[in-house]
Ligand binder design. Structure first.
Ligand code: S3P
Length: 171
């Protein structure tokens, strides 16, 4: 196995949940990119945004992705904004298979209702509306993804199964 599997998509799309299921079913190591950033920085995502802003966070995200690329068999749940940084997009495209979990803004908000922590773009002092942020991102997700699964109305297990079927077709 020589290519990582990257999960992209909006906040609340289910990247971490589906990533953990895939890691178990495929017997591949799992990495949550946000957690990797937090561990390396020694502080939480909200605090990172407070201290260095979104631009500084994207630098840390890119650096974390560079480290993860050294583990080509990993299943990686990326943060929802990874597609906004061209350097990160280059790494995704050149080192792995990229799968987008798509979700509507309403569904995303209802899934993350209790977990606003770590998502300062939705909950910080100057929150961006989920629908407008998703509107800005949709074309980027489409452009970067090799395969997209619509997650609305599907369980995480079903989404994981669709991805496994796609991977089998790809090989
Ligand atoms: C972000 C999504 C978050 C986290 C950060 C920025 C974004 O990750 O990386 O708050 O720009 O969409 P999740 O998609 O895992 O919530």
């Amino acid at each position: 196995m020589d290519r990582a599997l990257y999960l992209i998509g909006f906040m609340g799309a289910g990247k971490s949940t589906v990533g953990r299921i895939l890691s178990r079913l495929l017997d591949r190591p799992f990495c949550d990119l946000d957690k990797e950033i937090e561990i390396t920085a020694g502080r939480g995502i909200d605090e990172i945004f407070d201290k260095v802003g979104e631009e500084g966070f994207r630098d840390l995200e890119y650096a974390a992705l560079e480290r993860i690329c050294g583990h080509p068999d990993a299943v990686v749940a990326c943060g929802g904004g990874v597609v906004t940084d061209e350097r990160s997009v280059d790494l995704l495209e050149t080192t792995g298979d990229v799968v987008c979990l798509s979700v509507t803004a309403d569904e995303a908000l209802s899934r993350i209702a209790g977990e606003i922590h770590g998502r300062p773009l939705l909950a910080g002092p100057d929150p961006v509306g989920a629908a407008s942020l998703l509107g800005l991102r949709e074309r980027l997700y489409e452009r970067v993804a090799d395969f997209t699964v619509d997650t609305v109305g599907k369980s995480a297990d079903t989404v994981a199964q669709r991805i496994i079927e796609w991977l089998e077709l790809e090989r």
